[in-house]
Design a protein around this ligand. Structure first.
Ligand SMILES: [Mg+2]
Length: 385
């Protein structure tokens, strides 16, 4: 099997259910990896995208990574069964790349990597979470259903608290018991007002807050002491992702669970937060995004090394909030997965009709990731021609 084409397109996404809010300047890259194999009368094709939050990566995909996949010989991509092995395809993409200088090339590689897992699982006629657990040797850890929470709660430009409460009610109507909202404003009174409004209907132990890496050292410490009395589920993205001095000081002052790592994109950076972030593997949460971290091969290295360093798999809750993240959490036996039910359409959220039972969702059983079962995503990928 060879890769004969890689199609790529930039689309706009929004943090809000109503994309007219908030400017809508965010983008992501959609990709389709097309092979010379056929399924149901059409070329066997894998779909992926660049997750959320880091903008589209079309230049890197078009100029560097896609041409390497298309130029690769069959023997360079094939696993023992002759089908494309995503781990080998990843090595082809990274040929000639030097260590370090991660920048956002990791996001471009991760988008293509997602499509390669979709493709390989479709070739094996397995859902990705099962295919991944075979590839990673995690069959005994695999979860058939994943603990989830609803992410969202971005600050609204008008009627903020009222709309936030409406959004939390919609999460609850969908069956989500746990939620995460954004804070990060230097105005701590506003953060407190948002938190207290949500706590009217959600227990503190089910509410996480995300400061989106916005606090400097003094605001982070002030937020830590303001938030401490609430006893929240976790306090996420406290300060600049590489400001480990502040993270360590906040951890010491805060006492409760801290979530970190969403904006760290390599094993080398994951080591740094482990060594210098002052985090506690028995209580804290690791958010590395399997797409932004160069895709699954690097994410597997991160999980394996941090597990050896004392972090349990239940500490890993990958950032993303999409169907692929659900498969990764299920296939690797991780703590759980974020879901963005309303943000980042057409790619946020899960397959149509996904049901939350006791706080858990099962990934779809269709071959691949199952974007074909998510009407909005299916329509977006259908534009890649
Ligand atoms: Mg975050």
């Amino acid at each position: 099997m060879r890769i004969v084409d890689v199609r790529e397109r930039t689309i706009s996404i929004s943090r809000y259910r109503d994309p007219a809010l908030g400017g809508g300047a965010l983008t992501t890259s959609l990709v389709a990896v097309v092979t010379d194999a056929r399924r149901d009368g059409a070329p066997l094709t894998g779909f992926g995208f660049a997750s959320f939050g880091r903008f589209a990566q079309g230049g890197l995909i078009r100029e560097r990574f896609a041409p390497r996949l298309i130029a690769a010989a069959e023997r360079d991509l094939a696993g023992a069964d002759g089908a494309i092995d995503p781990l080998r395809a990843w090595s082809v993409m990274m040929r000639g790349e030097k260590p370090g200088g991660h920048g956002e090339r990791c996001v471009a590689v991760g988008a293509l990597d997602m499509a390669l897992w979709d493709l390989a699982a479709k070739a094996a006629e397995m859902p990705v979470y099962r295919f991944l657990s075979h590839a990673a040797g995690t069959q005994s850890l695999r979860n058939e259903a994943v603990e989830v929470y609803a992410g969202g709660g971005y600050v609204y430009p008008e009627r903020d608290v009222q709309r936030l409460v409406e959004e939390i009610q919609m999460f609850s109507d969908l069956g989500y018991a746990r939620v995460k909202i954004k804070i990060g404003d230097s105005d701590l009174a506003r953060a407190r007002a948002r938190i207290e409004a949500v706590l009217e209907g959600v227990p503190a132990s089910s509410l996480a807050v995300d400061a989106m890496n916005a606090y400097d050292a003094s605001h982070a410490l002030a937020a830590a002491s303001a938030l401490r009395p609430y006893g929240l589920w976790w306090f996420e993205d406290v300060c600049d992702p590489l400001d480990f001095d502040t993270l360590r000081a906040v951890k010491a002052a805060y006492g409760g669970a801290i979530a970190a790592g969403e904006a760290l994109f390599s094993l080398a950076e994951a080591r740094l937060v482990h060594r210098y972030g002052g985090l506690d593997p028995h209580c804290d949460i690791l958010l590395f995004d399997p797409v932004h971290c160069y895709g699954i091969p690097e994410y597997l290295r991160i999980v394996a090394e941090l597990e050896r360093a004392g972090w349990p798999r239940r500490a890993f809750w990958p950032h993303g909030g999409h169907l692929f993240g659900l498969h990764v959490a299920a296939g690797l036996g991780l703590g759980g997965a974020e879901v963005n039910p309303f943000a980042f359409a057409p790619l946020g959220g899960l397959h149509d009709g996904a049901r939350i039972v006791d706080g858990r969702v099962a990934p779809p059983d269709a071959p691949g990731i199952g974007f074909e079962l998510q009407a909005a995503a299916r329509a977006a990928f259908a534009t890649l021609r």
